[in-house]
Design a protein around this ligand. Structure first.
Ligand code: ZN
Length: 398
């Protein structure tokens, strides 16, 4: 039986804001513009993460991470200071919220919570599907990258941060204008596109080397979602983004990403220690230029660092289905194809389909939003809700 998901404060469209200037100025504008939303979000966050924040070990972790940010991405700390000043919160609160929500400790938190459970991973973990195509794979040769965001729900409340998602357009005084999804005061987005046409859209992956590093007390690097901010601000193409991703130490959490520009598309799988990049072959056949990612490592090189098909059936099914559509449509993929993938119900509609629907008898996971990037048009489309029931709204990067 299908259940109706209640979305507290659920938006019709995701709030969209534009900020510009130095990192501090952009943060301050954002803090002011989203003041009420930040207040609600912080209330929600503190309730959800209070135990984590109180934990001594986690506090040390956050302090160490601040030093790492200073070294590799100091502008993000400046932006958090601005958000604090603009919204009236203390800088420390904004910092801890950013570091406690996603970052290095996230995968380790999950591991502790679910250790020993045969049904691991727990259903109440956000599980997304990303997919893209370019060049010979698309009808007009232009790049398209899309994604469904998914969150976990209990029957009575949303357990993830989704109703608070905002779309932020940043025009930095010393960087590349870019658009990213984000929570109101951070954590900064996982997905986005910049004005040079670089797109990074991906999905979280539980990685065993990150869990081991955390257990062994090895330091976290910059969590991958913050790293994505860094590449979107400073890199104009896939090559530059890969160089940056390889240079900066990463957090404990893994990720699979479709990274593209106006000519190239790759799939990047990262863990704490490793990166694997899948490039198209040097060949012109259309299906060579499609990529997808779900919540398992698909490459032979990385697969053993993540979960098996038995442990995470839905992820493997969503990946396989996205690739099935992309390869069968290769050569004629259009914006409409991307919408169709977001709305796909094969293997469902259930937690195993790309458009994911919660069911009472199953763990309740539900797609709660979608993004489609068109770098050749400087345009990003977002949809708040279940893709098969809603429509996408365009935002222009200008
Ligand atoms: Zn659906």
């Amino acid at each position: 039986m299908e259940v109706t998901i209640e979305y507290p404060e659920y938006p019709e469209v995701f709030p969209f804001i534009k900020v510009s200037g130095t990192s501090y100025e952009m943060g301050k504008q954002r803090g002011r513009l989203l003041k009420d939303l930040i207040k609600n979000y912080m209330h929600f966050f503190l309730g959800r993460c209070a135990k984590v924040i109180e934990h001594e070990r986690q506090r040390e972790e956050f302090l160490r991470l601040q030093d790492t940010f200073e070294k590799y991405t100091p502008d993000l700390l400046e932006e958090m200071k601005g958000i604090a000043d603009g919204s009236g919160y203390k800088y420390e609160d904004i910092l801890v919220m950013n570091l406690a929500s996603f970052p290095g400790v996230d995968e380790a938190k999950r591991e502790r919570r679910y250790r020993g459970r045969s049904d691991y991973p727990n259903p109440f973990v956000p599980d997304c599907t990303a997919f893209g195509a370019t060049g010979p794979a698309t009808a007009d040769g232009q790049t398209l990258v899309g994604k469904n965001w998914t969150a976990g729900y209990t029957p009575t409340r949303v357990v993830e941060t989704y109703p608070y998602r905002v779309i932020v357009f940043k025009n930095p005084s010393d960087g590349i204008p870019h658009v990213q999804d984000s929570s109101p005061a951070g954590p900064f987005g996982e997905d986005g596109m910049n004005a040079e046409g670089l797109v990074q859209i991906g999905s979280g992956i539980f990685c065993l080397d990150g869990v081991k590093a955390f257990r062994d007390g090895k330091p976290s690097g910059i969590p991958i979602n913050f790293l994505n901010h860094e590449t979107l601000s400073t890199c104009s193409c896939v090559d530059e983004a890969l160089k940056k991703l390889e240079k900066i130490p990463r957090g404990y959490g893994g990720r699979g990403m479709v990274v593209a520009d106006k000519e190239n598309i790759v799939r990047v799988e990262v863990s704490y220690e490793k990166i694997h990049v899948k490039w198209p072959e040097i060949a012109g056949y259309p299906a060579n230029y499609v990529m997808a990612s779900a919540n398992n490592y698909s490459s032979k090189e990385m697969n053993q660092l993540g979960l098996t098909k038995e442990q995470y059936y839905s992820s493997y099914k969503r990946y396989e289905r996205a690739m099935e559509i992309l390869t069968s449509e290769a050569g004629k993929i259009t914006f409409e194809t991307m919408k169709r993938i977001s709305r796909d119900h094969v293997n469902g509609p259930s937690k195993n389909s790309i458009c994911r629907h919660g069911r009472r008898e199953d763990p309740i996971v539900c797609t709660h939003g979608s993004m489609i990037a068109q770098p050749h048009h400087n345009r990003v489309w977002t949809l708040a809700g279940i893709p098969c029931q809603k429509n996408w709204t365009p935002f222009l990067l200008e």
